[in-house]
Design a protein around this ligand. Sequence first.
Ligand code: F6R
Length: 251
Amino acid sequence: MKVIVKENYDEMSKVCAQMIGSKVKEKPNIILGLATGSTPIGTYKELVKMYKEGQIDFSKITTFNLDEYVGLDKDNPNSYYYFMMENLFKWINIDLKNVNIPDGKALDLSKEVEEYENRLEKSGGVDVQILGIGGNGHIAFNEPGEYLNTKTSVVDLTEDTIIANSRFFNSLDEVPKKAISMGIGSILKSKEIILLASGKSKSKALFEFLTKDRITTYLPVSFLHLHSNLTVICDKDAYSLVEESCLCKKN
Ligand code: F6R
């Protein structure tokens, strides 16, 4: 595992975008795994900038998003489809036929998750997966608990996540309680993973992950220890508890 600690959110985003940008240049038909939420917005902004400057061509890429809320239409401003359009897709030359995001409004959700996982498999697999991390250690919507799903599934969101995500909604009641999420196994099949973490609210989960070389379903991010090509890019705030514990060991 490689860990890159940057001064702040903007620096973190630039490093991540540079990495993604050079990978798209190397392999124009790359398959990218994408996340939503506050964390990757800066990375997407940088990628849009690079596109506008003529540095990258996205016309041949394929994307798979990690998750989507159950019950929200594509044109609902809180859906992850809408998020991706607003923050990335509508500003670059991606072919929307190559965009894959689970359909949270599918009538048959069991069929939807099965088909999503099949599509992922048939594509040959994600080349580079971008991940954020929940304050509770979740990745995608694989929430801490007794079990974790290996494949794409319909999941119940924990109270922590519902509260954390309510900042985008008018009220807590409006936050969907279920989502479709890639499973831990689906994520681990990616050839390369970049985990982004920014801000103090991520410091505890990042500390638990980076300082303990073990896996537990109660800290879903810990399963990334099983991946052989993982880069963590974080800012100083997210890294603060790890930094403190290193200082304590030195003194
Ligand atoms: C989003 C996702 C989630 C977020 C995580 C952090 O597609 O899979 O796991 O990455 O909840 O969210 P933010 O970035 O909003 O703190």
